[in-house]
Ligand binder design. Structure first.
Ligand code: AMP
Length: 218
């Protein structure tokens, strides 16, 4: 039986040294994790693409990931289709699994711009844990401030242009209700961590982009 113990000890040593190498490599890298926060229609997607391009970060839109699954008719897509079409939130469990595979896929990223994630306190806490395991953290949360009338106007316009089935008036109302009930409370969570900043989200795309870039404390 002694050989089993020795083998296990060796495997354990190899595994811990590999884990510590991964953690050391990761912690040496100055990875920047930015959350673009705000209600549906605030312009997170548009601005996240521009920010990711400028800083060479990876743009993660959970809405885009889920829409692609629905479009391809995968088992996950079939599971979430009706929830999304009703303007409700997909379960935290599924979102956390999605984020885990995102981190595995982008092991060498210099940074992430999260767009549409986290949307619940549970997701925010899980994101902290995932980043903490890699010796990283959320560096900043930038919130795009847009009043509700403007949001509804923008979402209805987008529905016409892109034919999104979750942008009918009824569903838009639902999406805003979900935002106020589950996502808006995250402002307080990030305020308490001292990493939350509000940015005016109305005006020209480039002007808003400039305000966001100025607010990023790299
Ligand atoms: P979005 O494009 O970010 O507005 O997301 C579109 C829809 O995808 C949302 O209305 C939700 O049904 C779902 N979704 C996207 N991200 C999340 C998330 N972090 N948590 C739960 N549901 C999400």
């Amino acid at each position: 039986m002694a050989w089993i113990t020795t083998d296990r000890a060796e495997i354990f040593l190899i595994f811990t040294s590999w884990m510590s190498k991964l953690i050391i490599t990761n912690s040496k890298r100055n990875m920047f994790n930015l959350i673009l926060f705000g209600p549906p229609g605030a312009g997170k997607g548009t601005q996240a693409v521009k920010i990711a391009e400028k800083f060479n970060w990876v743009h993660i839109s959970t809405g885009d990931i889920l829409r692609a699954e629905v479009g391809q008719g995968t088992p996950l897509g079939i599971q979430v289709k009706t929830v999304m079409e009703a303007g409700h939130l997909v379960s935290d469990e599924l979102l956390i699994e999605i984020m885990k595979s995102v981190f595995l896929k982008h092991e060498h990223a210099e940074g992430f711009v999260f767009d549409g994630f986290p949307r619940t306190l549970n997701q925010a806490q899980e994101l902290d844990k995932m980043l903490c395991r890699l010796n990283h953290s959320v560096k900043q949360v930038l919130s795009l401030e847009v009043d509700e009338d403007e949001l509804v106007k923008r979402l209805l316009k987008r529905a016409m242009e892109q034919g999104r089935t979750d942008d009918t008036e009824e569903v838009i109302k639902n999406r805003l209700v979900q935002y106020h009930a589950h996502t808006k409370p995250l402002q307080q969570y990030y305020r308490e961590k001292g990493i939350y900043t509000e940015v005016h989200g109305v005006g020209g795309i480039n002007d808003i982009f400039e305000s966001l870039c100025k607010a990023i404390k790299k």
